[in-house]
Design a protein around this ligand. Structure first.
Ligand code: NI
Length: 184
């Protein structure tokens, strides 16, 4: 089932999300719906707050990026109650976008690699090291669980340039062609 994607301005995107309880009903179905919703919108990641649920889970699929970023090949994951346990001091800057903030793409500084602990959609625990753009995708989604968005991490010099685009989304302009939910 395709879920509506909540756009910039919706309060749920700024909430601290809650841990997913182990007895959460239809968890696998929710994960499947999130994968479908992400794919339909041509995204590489989608966090539960982006579909209106303040829950600590997200999906990513880097396979479509593997030509440019080979480290993303095969990185299709549902991560529940994730915890970043280690991250590199070394960082890199690459452009990011977000299905909740259509039309905005800006450089964001992120660690070169991370180690992350999480439960998959079958509630099996994993600890995994991810590098490069795979680490970036996961950290972008991880931020959503704390009510953060990539625009918060954009350099102050760039902020004036995105302000108008954000205002437009709030005013109901430049909305995407995928199913969405917005203030206006
Ligand atoms: Ni996002």
């Amino acid at each position: 089932m395709i879920l509506p994607i909540y756009l910039y301005g919706e309060p749920v995107l700024r909430k601290e999300a809650e841990e997913v309880p182990e007895d959460y009903p239809n968890l696998k179905e929710l994960a499947e719906n999130m994968f479908q919703t992400m794919e339909k919108a041509n995204g590489v990641g989608l966090a539960a707050p982006q579909v209106g649920l303040a829950l600590r889970m997200f999906v990513v699929d880097g396979n479509g990026l593997a030509e440019d970023y080979p480290e993303c090949l095969g990185v299709r994951r549902c991560m529940i109650n994730p915890e970043v346990v280690e991250e590199s001091k070394e960082t890199n800057v690459k452009d990011e976008g977000c299905l909740s903030i259509p039309g905005v793409y800006e450089g964001v500084k992120r660690p070169d690699w991370i180690v992350i602990n999480y439960l998959d959609e079958n509630l099996v625990e994993h600890e995994e090291r991810l590098e490069g753009f795979a680490a970036r995708m996961v950290l972008h989604e991880y931020d959503h669980l704390d009510g953060k968005m990539f625009i918060d991490r954009v350099s102050p010099l760039r902020k004036p340039f995105i302000k108008n685009k954000l205002q437009a989304i709030l005013k109901g302009k430049n909305h995407p062609d995928y199913k969405h939910c917005a203030l206006r």
